[in-house]
Design a protein around this ligand. Structure first.
Ligand code: FE2
Ligand code: FE2
Length: 192
């Protein structure tokens, strides 16, 4: 059975590749939108995925691991394909797909946080929890976009994530450990 550290490395490798696909897809998604709030928000979310990827790479390196080349290549192709499709698939599909993926990303970082803490990497765990919170903000943004479209009455939404404040419930941090580390949520006005 893999150790907590091995599981952490597996998840970080998956996240590293996934963040690249997401950043590429959001780049295309942003360019497919008209200039304005939506375009700015999608571009901002894409920049946050790039920042996540950079930090995940540092974590892998600190753990003596490297990204998985095969997975990196596959996800680069996925990202480029999604980026191109955003220009022809209309408004709803990229928004829906983004929300669905963000929901999975929340879970990914929550699991990474759990394994990091189990393996004794508490500083990583704190950061990974913040990344889960940022993914939660992304998911909420795309959810708010999708429910404004009539198609959401026909196509069921992905499952609701746990409340933002409960994401670290498996290994709750001491309030002192969390002070100043919680990522600020995206302001509600910016979500509309
Ligand atoms: Fe991310
Ligand atoms: Fe995200």
């Amino acid at each position: 059975m893999p150790s907590a550290e091995q599981r952490l490395i597996q998840i970080l490798r998956a996240a590293h590749a996934g963040e690249h696909a997401a950043a590429l897809a959001y780049h295309g998604h942003a360019r497919s939108l008209r200039p304005g709030n939506e375009r700015d928000m999608v571009a901002r979310i894409g920049a946050e995925e790039t920042a996540h990827r950079a930090r995940v790479r540092e974590m892998l390196s600190e753990l003596g691991a490297t990204p998985a080349p095969h997975r990196e290549f596959i996800f680069m192709l996925i990202g480029r394909t999604l980026s191109a499709l955003c220009h022809v698939s209309g408004w709803f599909a990229p928004m829906y797909g983004a929300g669905w993926i963000e929901r999975r990303n929340i879970q990914e970082y929550v699991e990474a946080e759990r394994f990091a803490r189990e393996a004794g990497y508490h500083a990583f765990a704190d950061e990974l929890l913040i990344m889960a919170q940022v993914e939660w903000d992304h998911e909420q943004y795309f959810r708010a976009c999708v429910v404004r479209h009539w198609l959401h009455r026909i196509i069921p939404l992905w499952s609701n994530p746990p409340a933002r404040a409960e994401l670290g419930f498996i290994f709750p941090l001491h309030p002192k450990e969390l002070s100043g580390k919680s990522a600020a949520p995206i302001p509600p006005t910016a979500r509309l």
